[in-house]
Design a protein around this ligand. Structure first.
Ligand SMILES: [Zn+2]
Length: 269
């Protein structure tokens, strides 16, 4: 059977900005990829306030942008849940975990990727989806967890993390990643190199990722700086994907360069 990768995120554009290289590279290698996004990014408006179409319409527009981007990245199926942008941490955990676990059981991924527990820069929706996705992977494998779909055991779970060096590249393109949550300033600190278990080289996919980025038309005001950056900067940004391996049920490699390392690849022959 073809190996499968499932990516679980919070917002339209997470799949591209955070994981585009990973998804495109998996597709190029003949693996099946699936994306689940918990919200429609209903609050992500960066144009003039008077032009904001409102959360429902913006959500519809951004879902279309997401589907266009995932098509560019070669994703087989894109699932969108119905949670509100910015409010994921207040969602009923039993309900969210159940919805995600159901999709994990249905799609039977070998590898799951999501955000890390730091949400890259403390982004509350990213932190919430990390916790929900992690719980869903556990629940999906548990025969005692009651769902009308047979249990499925994921072989490897990864968190997308960033080194301080990568964050610098990112902030040069998007500006400072900083937000104030519950009266406390949060910003991306980056992970120490030694804690990053897996680094993918996806440089050959950078143009495809950039094409996917440009599907997110409503986010263009954020990308203005990005468009002006030289090709080398794009290659570096979309060409490196760093992960923390949360667990593996196949023998771990000390410094991985492939999320599918250790899994059977007979189907590719
Ligand atoms: Zn996001």
């Amino acid at each position: 059977m073809t190996l499968r990768l499932m990516a679980i995120f919070a917002h339209p554009d997470d799949e591209t900005l955070g994981f585009g290289g990973t998804l495109a590279a998996a597709d190029t290698r003949g693996f099946e990829t699936y994306v689940l996004t918990a919200t429609r990014g209903q609050k992500g408006w960066f144009g003039p306030p008077d032009d904001n179409p409102g959360p429902d319409e913006l959500g519809r527009i951004r879902e279309r942008e997401l589907r266009d981007a995932t098509a560019v990245l070669g994703v087989r199926e894109t699932i969108v849940l119905d949670y509100m942008d910015g409010e994921l941490r207040d969602a009923d955990p039993d309900e969210v975990v159940r919805k995600i676990a159901r999709q994990v059981r249905r799609l039977k991924p070998d590898v799951v990727v999501t955000f890390g527990h730091d949400g890259i820069y403390g982004q509350p929706d990213h932190i919430a989806i990390s916790q929900f996705a992690t719980a869903a992977v556990v629940a999906a494998a548990d025969a005692g967890y009651d769902l009308p779909v047979a249990p499925h055991r994921v072989s490897k779970l990864y968190y997308r993390v960033t080194s301080a060096e990568y964050l610098k590249l990112y902030e040069k393109a998007f500006g400072d990643l900083v937000m104030e949550i519950d009266g406390v300033e949060r910003r991306g600190e980056g992970w120490p190199e030694w804690a990053i278990t897996t680094v993918l080289d996806t440089r050959t996919e950078w143009r495809r990722v950039w094409d996917a980025v440009r599907c997110h038309m409503t986010q263009l005001p954020l990308y203005e700086r990005l468009a002006a950056l030289p090709d080398e900067h794009h290659v570096a940004m979309w060409g490196t994907q760093e992960f923390y391996r949360v667990f593996t049920l196949v023998p771990p490699a000390p410094r991985e360069t492939d999320l599918f390392d250790g899994l059977r690849v007979a189907a590719l022959a």
